[in-house]
Design a protein around this ligand. Structure first.
Ligand code: UD1
Ligand code: MG
Length: 463
């Protein structure tokens, strides 16, 4: 039954992103600024993709090449001059030639509209006879310069009046236009052609479609959504606010999924951070993109983790840095001031203090002493280090790659390894220790005399 009811016509998404975004003061296009490690507009595109639109067209103008290079999976339509939102949608129409389905208009810089709000718009269109248009509105205590939704006594939307064109009475309305709307495919082209720029801004307002649709006898529906889902990003301050909102959702999502966040407000997520149930995250941890953490792991305070996998029961930090392609095995322990890059550590490996491990593989239960460095770079190329299972690397050792330390081998503290070490061998590469008996006593006695003589000469000069 629901399937029949839901059998709506095909959908096209039109994402407006031709605006200049001058308030960002950035060489990067406004909609490409990241939130949670993902471009603003990508958040929106990923949400709209859940509705499975047949076509997605992005209307671009400023910095068009940047957008074309950065965004995949959409068609582009160019709006050379920004003559208004209505004109922008018109510019998308040639790309939709031959497409008869409904058109969902979205703004590239309003990235967090929910799939639920979009679905309500589709449902409203579907459920209402002769519905030609559905507008997404919101109520706010601070309607500022938003367009106002003017609803008739019958509860139906009559028109949208832009702030610049609104009377004092209309400006007092707090029901506002989000900018998003769903336009019936059957009417879109004709109604868009009927738009004029006869208004205070001299622009083709998309919002005039409401009055045009009504005049042609179509019903216009409206759906309300929460103001908080309509955060727009026009400035760095708004970008920060968008990120804060994203973080709030990500933290709540993680906790709902069984993750302990000791101090949620100090933990920062990326769009794809995957933390299993019973992961504990201590305060002040940053997750860059591409992180997967399995059950029972503790990420201790002040760790920075990106592109890394941390397997069951491992412990990371405090003050650890895991960089891309770090793979930390089950029950492994990464301690303070340890940096790991592109390295696979098997189960039970311990790297507890002050080390750099890069381009390495480390076998199960190996123990890497404090201050061990894999010297993976000669200024030109990178080389690999292999440390066998059960090996013990003494503190303050330098492993000059390419080099292999065999299974069960021991490297003496303070060694520099430039050659492979056989399994179960002891390798030491440092000057042999020499003890000179009584030297320290003689040394102190001589120095005390020397110091006393110097002081005596100084006192003589001063008197
Ligand atoms: C628009 C709405 C207003 C609504 C507000 C919500 C109109 C006429 N007004 O106003 O009712 O309350 O959004 O934020 O639609 N764009 C283009 N090409 C253009 C103009 C705009 O691509 O020629 C894009 C912008 O990049 C932006 C979006 O459309 O993503 C909205 O444009 P903006 O100038 O911010 O519209 P507002 O004047 O704020
Ligand atoms: Mg705006």
């Amino acid at each position: 039954m629901r399937d029949m009811y839901m059998a709506h016509s095909e959908l096209a998404a039109v994402v407006l992103a031709a605006g200049q975004g001058t308030r960002m003061k950035s060489a990067l296009h406004k909609v490409l600024h990241p939130v949670g490690g993902k471009a603003l507009v990508r958040h929106l595109l990923d949400t709209v993709a859940t509705l499975e639109p047949t076509r997605t067209v992005m209307v671009i103008g400023d910095n068009a090449d940047q957008l074309k290079a950065a965004i995949t999976g959409v068609e582009f339509a160019v709006q050379d001059k920004q003559l208004g939102t209505g004109h922008a949608v018109r510019c998308a129409m040639p790309a939709l030639e031959g497409f008869g389905g409904n058109i969902l208009v979205l703004y590239g810089d309003v990235p967090f509209v929910t799939a639920g709000a979009m679905q309500s718009m589709l449902d409203t269109m579907q459920a209402t006879a002769d519905c030609g248009l559905v507008v997404l509105g919101f109520r706010t205590d601070d309607p500022a310069a938003y367009g106002r939704l003017i609803v008739g006594t019958d509860g139906a939307l009559e028109r949208i009046v832009e702030y610049k064109d609104a009377s004092a009475k209309e400006r007092a309305v707090n029901f506002c236009n989000s900018g998003m709307m769903l336009i019936s495919g059957a009417h879109a082209a004709g109604w868009l052609d009927a738009l004029t720029c006869d208004n205070a801004a001299g622009e083709y307002y998309l919002t005039d479609l409401v009055a045009i649709a009504r005049a042609s006898g179509a019903h216009v529906g409206h759906v309300e959504t929460a103001e908080t889902d309509l955060i727009g990003v026009n400035s760095r301050a708004e970008l920060a606010a968008a990120d804060a909102a994203f973080q709030t959702r990500a933290r709540a999502g993680a906790m709902a999924a069984g993750v302990t966040l000791v101090a949620p407000d100090t933990v920062f997520f990326s769009h794809d951070t995957a933390l299993a149930a019973d992961v504990t995250v201590e305060p002040n941890v940053v997750f860059g993109p591409g992180v997967r953490v399995d059950a029972g792991v503790t990420i201790k305070a002040f760790s920075h983790i990106e592109g890394a996998t941390v397997r069951k029961g491992a412990s990371v930090g405090p003050f650890a840095r895991l960089r891309p392609a770090a793979d930390i095995g089950e029950g492994a322990k990464i301690g303070n001031f340890v940096e790991i890059k592109k390295s696979k550590l098997a189960a039970g490996v311990k790297v507890s203090h002050l080390s750099y491990i890069g381009d390495a593989t480390i076998g199960a239960d190996a123990n890497i002493g404090a201050g061990t460095i894999t010297c993976n770079y000669d200024g030109f190329l990178k080389y690999n280090t292999h440390i066998g299972a059960g090996a013990f690397i003494g503190s303050n050792s330098a492993l000059v790659a390419p080099v292999t330390i065999g299974d069960g081998a021991i490297v003496g503290a303070g060694s520099v390894m430039t050659k492979d070490v056989p399994g179960d061998a002891l390798a030491v590469s440092r000057a042999r220790q020499r003890d000179i008996k009584g030297y320290a006593t003689r040394f102190r006695a001589e120095k005390q005399i020397e110091k006393a003589e110097k002081q005596a000469t100084r006192t003589k000069k001063e008197s």
